[in-house]
Write a protein that binds this ligand. Structure first.
Ligand SMILES: [Cu+2]
Length: 227
């Protein structure tokens, strides 16, 4: 049977479709590449005496860069400088001692279960020196963020500071600004890339607080690389 008009249209249509798909695929690869290239850096922590000390801070609004109004975490290098990243590296099967300087205000948790401390040594943390295993966010200044590594069951609620105080408005915050100090330890697992994040919907101005900084590496989530 000879080719008809319909076959020509089909062939042209298919070629156009294939071209469009190729363009879309190329676009996706480029987008992924650009995203990878623009990922924030990694802060590497070395063990001493079989333990690793990691210090983070949270700030209500980062104050500069691409998203100055976004809430953010920051990491302090072992040299003492603050870096705007949420990617850090620790040795495997080592006790990780975490200190979080929490400069943000809080509110009652939407999910009270996130007020529990889980997966840490002793299933406890300390808040300004006082040991706790649950933060009742309906009293006091509530909870601002959590520090959670779901794959190893670690989750710690970070008590908010009084929102009526003059809070730190730009990172890196200095200890002269109101803040809470939360400390806890956990054992790092075997080698791998472990996502960690905040589970308090703290993306102000986004639907239910779940957009923006909540979905962006370098702000409210990142990776713990274990080597
Ligand atoms: Cu948060």
């Amino acid at each position: 049977m000879p080719w008809g008009y319909g076959d020509v249209v089909n062939k042209t249509g298919r070629a156009a479709l294939a071209g469009a798909l190729a363009l879309i695929a190329a676009g996706i690869v480029m987008f992924a590449f650009i995203n990878l290239m623009s990922q924030p850096g990694t802060v590497t922590f070395a063990a001493s005496n079989g333990q690793v000390n990691v210090t983070l801070q949270t700030v209500g609004s980062y104050g500069s860069g691409d998203h100055p109004t976004w809430v953010s975490y920051e990491i302090q290098t072992q040299g003492g400088t603050w870096q705007h990243t949420t990617i850090w590296q620790v040795p495997a099967r080592t006790q990780v001692n975490v200190t979080i300087l929490q400069y943000d205000s809080g509110s009652p948790l939407r999910n009270e279960q996130l007020g529990q401390v889980t997966g840490t040594v002793g299933d406890v943390a300390t808040l300004n020196g006082a040991t706790f295993s649950v933060n009742n966010s309906n009293v006091g200044n509530g909870v601002g963020h959590t520090f959670s590594i779901p794959a190893i069951g670690v989750s710690v609620p970070l008590a908010g500071v009084n929102g009526n105080d003059t809070l730190c408005g730009a990172a890196p915050c200095e200890p002269s600004s109101p803040h809470n100090v939360i400390k806890f330890s956990f054992m790092s697992p075997g080698p791998g890339n472990y996502p960690w994040q905040c589970f308090v919907p703290c993306g102000l101005g986004w639907l239910y607080g779940n957009g923006g900084p909540m979905g962006t590496v370098g702000y409210m989530g990142g990776f713990m690389k274990v080597v």
